[in-house]
Design a protein around this ligand. Sequence first.
Ligand SMILES: Nc1ncnc2c1ncn2[C@@H]1O[C@H](COP(=O)(O)OP(=O)(O)OP(=O)(O)O)[C@@H](O)[C@H]1O
Ligand SMILES: [Mg+2]
Length: 461
Amino acid sequence: MSDAYRIMIVEDESLAGKVISDKLKSKHYDVALFRAGEEAFLHFKENPVDLVLLDYKLPGMSGEVLFEKIKELNPLAPVIFMTAYSSVEKAVKVLKMGAYDYLTKPLEMDELYHTIENALEKVTLIKENRLLRENLKEKFSFENYVFNSEKMQQAVNMALRAASSSANILITGESGAGKEVIANIVHYHSGRGEKKFIKVNLAALPESLIEAELFGAVKGAFTGAIPRVGKFEEADGGTIFLDEIGELSPDMQVKLLRVLQDREITRLGSNEPVKIDIRLITATNADLSRLIREKRFREDLYFRLNVINVELPPLRERKGDIPLLVDYFIKKFAAREKKAIESISREALNALVKYHYPGNIRELENIIERAVILARGNVLVFKDLPVFISQGEDIENGSQQELEEEGLTLPRILELTEKRVIMKALKKYEYNRSRVARALGISESGLRYKIQMLQIPIPNE
Ligand SMILES: Nc1ncnc2c1ncn2[C@@H]1O[C@H](COP(=O)(O)OP(=O)(O)OP(=O)(O)O)[C@@H](O)[C@H]1O
Ligand SMILES: [Mg+2]
């Protein structure tokens, strides 16, 4: 088997060596057995070896000396010591020297398999991470922007091509998919990159304030009006980004359309139009064609906004980006938390790749942030992930019995059940939190707390 892991065993007692060798072969490892340090070292120099099982007490070249020589040639190769006498001092000594682990003879086979698997998983991950990073350098990578998938490649190419034109751009995609980041990329790669980039989140503004916010107002325009410059004027010469454009009222849609046609705005309460030179980027996670069919969004405005459409695929449709993003977020949060976390176990990564991410990249980012904060070792493991990330398929829909069969502990089942109930209630009451809290018989702040702790994704947040 050519792709099997290669294990080198150095054991002077031939019977013991043979037993271990046979057992490991039956586990499909590629095994090379040596009875003396000298010949083992020759083999190690000439052949690829993934892991070394080393007897501490060898005739001739000692285990310790061989260990030093091995580490000189390949510092990453995991070496597991075996010894007949268990002594704490010896164990501490070899671990300090950089051995991966220390096992006492007679070997417990299960313990041996387990130790070997862990060690191999660790080296493989180190190698994979390096490869990932090298590939990444070749691919297109902004400092804070990570991707690898074909679909994202296309979206980014589209954004970059559009950047150099002055066309209006509509960015569509689910919540947390990265629309705002794309808007930034467009601005900073356009001829306007040195000029202002003004962002307005239309969903966050009360209807009554939007007009003054966008177009400005003169003194006395309405009761209590203070003179102000609107966002369009502020962005003059640069880019304005209108987020959540699907939220715009019919009245404001007409006004925006006029601005785009005339390339001028009029401050509230004034009748002197002001010429403006802006590049407009809009974004939405709503289905605008549906809103148009339902007559909630003007088609003529839509055509003006959607000269170029950059569509961001949801994360679940570009799972190839997940390992890179995980790696990127681990570094980001490990640095912030001052923790020496470098990687993630294969089991945890697999679970993350399987998950469906209703909250897209923002959700993945939150998951890793939480895991980095919780992690005790320097590798993120499965139990550092939130309960709703299951190893199997969609655990959120399983019954309690199924959850028990998954081997989950009771506290985890409790969390999961609670999460499910809250999610159902949120959907039922269309995310109206005071109604949900009332229906569940808890306080609103209690609900907020649970939403946060259980990492319940909320659309549009
Ligand atoms: N390719 C990426 N690489 C690294 N981080 C990313 C990437 N895409 C998005 N992010 C991060 O994910 C988070 C969500 O992205 P962003 O705010 O752009 O999403 P959005 O689509 O605008 O979401 P919403 O619809 O909720 O406003 C941000 O913290 C952003 O920095
Ligand atoms: Mg956004």
